[in-house]
Design a protein around this ligand. Structure first.
Ligand code: PBG
Length: 332
């Protein structure tokens, strides 16, 4: 076969491979670099002392007691990680998620402990009720068993204030109630917490990729699903609407979640907004990589590098990922 050589208008050969000819050359022309300072490590916090309880479906991830979480924060910081996202798993659950607004709850205590040990660490707290309710839904239920929006927002506000009092830097509402960002912003400002940022889970989809997280956080709904509040995976325009609403309500950072199956949404949001954009590389995405790597079917490090690069390429500034520490260690 005679190769038909591509020519420029001047009749010269076009050779894109020239720019891939050596590692140095490839490095020089690389368009995207993952920002290690933008990686956020999720931490699951439980009560007790000296606890590091592995999560079976998330190899390498464990539930940590407050003291162990503080020690972990120090290690993360040494590895180059600048922020953590806290999830609390309380001992006691009820219909009103009352452990969530306990000033001495696991998240509130973890915030204080981490800030004491590593003051430079940006500490974010996920704000939701599903880990705290006995039915596993993200808020207060109405007579039909659906989550009641406005009563749930009141609950979120109450909890957000206790997180802020504990010294959190970022509050990250992941409940998908309407109007919660504005209500939280107003309450924070009125309470003198104007420096606390809000990272809104703006476009959070009702996804099967949260499976392992629900084992980790013990937050599987006892009945039904989350489709009346989380978004339909089929919708991208609606993501823009949710993002713009949250910005209007005072969000400082907006988020698309999950990441991998929603990169088109990430890119669309990036094209529309100037705010920092976060993606959440969720538990199911983590578990898939870990399971395939454990079987020797993929090369974990290369796959993780490729995934984090793809999030960055799509437009994410902040990547919330269970791979954060490993990645930072390899790329510090
Ligand atoms: C709380 C929350 C969830 C996740 C983050 N915050 C679970 C859910 O909505 O069911 C998922 C994170 C992950 O899968 O890694 N609502």
């Amino acid at each position: 076969m005679q190769l038909q050589e591509r020519k420029t208008d001047l009749g010269l050969a076009v050779r894109p491979r020239r720019l891939r000819s050596s590692p140095t050359m490839r490095d020089m022309v690389r368009e995207t670099r993952v920002n290690v300072s933008g990686l956020m490590q999720p931490l699951f916090i439980v009560s007790g002392e000296g606890v590091r309880a592995p999560i079976v479906s998330m190899p390498g991830v464990a539930r940590l007691s407050v003291d162990v979480a503080a020690a972990e924060a120090r290690e993360l910081h040494a590895a180059g990680i600048r922020s953590v996202l806290l999830f609390g798993i309380p001992d006691f659950k009820d219909a009103y998620a009352s452990s969530n607004y306990d000033p001495h709850g696991v998240v509130q205590r973890a915030v204080r402990a981490i800030k004491r040990v590593v003051p430079e660490m940006v500490v974010a707290a996920d704000l939701c009720n599903c880990e705290y309710t006995d039915h596993g839904h993200c808020g207060i239920l109405d007579a039909q068993g659906d989550v009641e929006n406005d009563a749930t927002v009141e609950l979120l506000v109450r909890t957000a204030l206790t997180y802020a009092d504990a010294g959190v830097d970022v509050i990250a509402p992941s409940d998908m109630m309407d109007g919660r960002v504005g209500a939280i912003r107003r309450a924070l400002d009125e309470a003198g917490h104007s420096r606390v940022s809000i990272m809104a889970y703006s476009a959070k989809y009702a996804s099967a990729f949260y499976g392992p997280f629900r084992e980790a956080a013990d937050s599987t709904p006892a009945f039904g699903d989350r489709r009346t509040y989380q978004m339909d995976p089929a919708n991208a325009r609606e993501a823009i609407r949710e993002v713009l609403l949250d910005i209007d309500e005072g969000a400082d950072i907006v988020m698309v979640k999950p990441a991998l199956a929603y990169l088109d949404v990430v890119q669309r949001v990036r094209d529309r907004v100037t705010l920092p954009l976060a993606v959440y590389n969720v538990s199911g995405e983590y578990a898939m990589v870990k399971a395939a790597a454990a079987n020797g079917w993929i090369d974990e490090e290369r796959v993780v590098d490729e995934l984090l690069t793809s999030f960055t390429r799509a437009g994410a500034d902040i990547i919330i990922t269970y791979f954060a520490k490993d990645y930072a260690r390899r790329n510090a």
